[in-house]
Design a protein around this ligand. Structure first.
Ligand SMILES: [Zn+2]
Length: 234
């Protein structure tokens, strides 16, 4: 049995790690809202003791071993499955489930996990659009780009929304901007990074904070040259 703080460490490293690259302990400390020195201590302790979950190289950083990755994916499966169960089976709104899942992910049994999964019809994605790892530890990461990086005139579909900011989720939910929602980027506000979008018959403005937490897939790319028809993507 791993402690809750060890599980949160592994989850944070998984989040920050791109492929098999090293994660700087300073970045990890920032993510976990800890002092750099205490994050480094924890990493050193983990690398030495807890059954080889992480590799640590001073001045290089930390990364998960195969065992550590498996454990991280197991916690992420718990987290996302709980979020899905709370919305689908218990009717909680999508902005209220993350905080509950942060607590419950550490304590549910394998049996409860299996029963929650069995009670749901589709367990591929959580309510925020994040892929749920399979029981045997596989995850198919979303192929998506940040809305902030989408060119004007492109049509997009929301793939995933970052789950940490309840206020943003409530705001987007009120507008109907859930995963699966489709809209067109029609303009960029001068002197800011805000975007104007056309969503159904509504014209909306999305500020910088929102754009940095929404991942989309482009369904119709922007017209590259005036007069060339927009290209339809599969
Ligand atoms: Zn969450």
């Amino acid at each position: 049995m791993l402690s809750q703080s060890v599980e949160n460490f592994l989850k944070a490293i998984y989040d920050l790690q791109k492929g098999d690259q090293w994660v700087a302990t300073s970045a990890l400390a920032e993510r976990l809202k800890q002092k750099p020195a205490s994050a480094t201590n924890m990493v050193q302790r983990l690398a030495r003791t807890e059954g080889q979950l992480v590799e640590y190289v001073p001045y290089q950083g930390v990364r998960l071993t195969d065992t550590g990755t498996k454990v991280a994916l197991e916690i992420i499966r718990h987290h996302r499955l709980i979020e899905l169960y709370l919305t689908q089976a218990l009717g909680l709104p999508w902005d209220r489930v993350h905080d509950e899942a942060e607590k419950l992910e550490h304590v549910i049994s394998e049996e409860l996990e299996d029963r929650m999964a069995a009670a749901l019809t589709d367990t591929r994605f959580d309510p925020h659009g994040s892929p749920i790892p399979t029981k045997d530890g596989h995850i198919k990461k979303n192929d998506a780009i940040l809305l902030a990086d989408v060119p004007v005139e492109a049509s997009v579909r929301i793939v995933e929304v970052h789950d940490h900011d309840a206020r943003l989720l409530r705001y987007l939910g009120d507008l109907g901007l859930y995963p699966g929602a489709a809209f067109t980027v029609i303009g960029r506000e001068p002197f800011s990074h805000a975007l104007q979008i056309q969503f159904g018959d509504r014209r909306l403005h999305l500020g910088e904070d929102a754009l940095a937490h929404i991942w989309v897939t482009i369904t119709i790319s922007a017209v590259p040259v005036a007069g060339t028809p927009a290209q339809e993507l599969p």
